[in-house]
Design a protein around this ligand. Structure first.
Ligand SMILES: [Zn+2]
Length: 175
């Protein structure tokens, strides 16, 4: 069922006041998607992305269950660079990683100074690209190092949060 059709069906069952709220939420959602220049990701595809990632950010491993803001479906290669809204170009990203990544697809490796593509969760394995060093995430490849830097994965606040997750054994490197 399409997004507007679902909204219409749910809306008919609601009190008029709640219907207005739902309408405003729907308008905001569409507006948000358009203003970000991204195609609306259908619910089934969003579900696939969440389940495939085990509910954890595919860049910094943060579990959605303990995140303050919901994780987001990230176009690994942004649409403005020709990336498609298909499962092989989508990844689950926490709000912080997604915010810092924006529509970027490459950055500078802090070690070599080379311009390199960012880590692509569908083309590389996290455990081969990164490793956990205490609560720090260390890039093992040029792409991974550039990704850690650009996405500010080791910002002190994020490392402090991650330390709690490591202690609670809630951080699981996989894939
Ligand atoms: Zn993240």
């Amino acid at each position: 069922m399409s997004h507007p059709a679902l909204i219409a069906r749910v809306g008919r069952q609601l009190h008029p006041r709640d219907r207005t709220t739902l309408f405003h939420l729907a308008v905001h959602d569409e507006w948000h998607a358009e203003s970000a220049g991204t195609t609306y990701v259908p619910a089934a595809l969003r579900r696939l992305v969440h389940e495939r990632a085990g509910g954890a950010c595919e860049y910094c491993l943060a579990p959605e269950a303990t995140a303050l803001f919901g994780h987001e479906v990230d176009h690994v290669v942004a649409e403005k660079h020709g990336g498609s809204t298909s499962e092989d170009n989508l990844a689950l990203a926490c709000a912080a990683c997604n915010l810092h990544k924006g529509s970027d697809i490459g950055s500078i490796d802090p070690v070599t100074g080379d311009l390199v593509p960012l880590f692509h969760p569908r083309r590389g394995r996290w455990t081969e690209a990164f490793q956990l060093d205490g609560a720090n995430i260390v890039g093992r490849t040029a792409s991974a190092r550039a990704t850690v830097r650009l996405l500010q994965i080791n910002h002190p606040d994020r490392v402090a949060e991650r330390a709690l997750l490591v202690t609670a054994r809630l951080l699981r490197p996989s894939g």
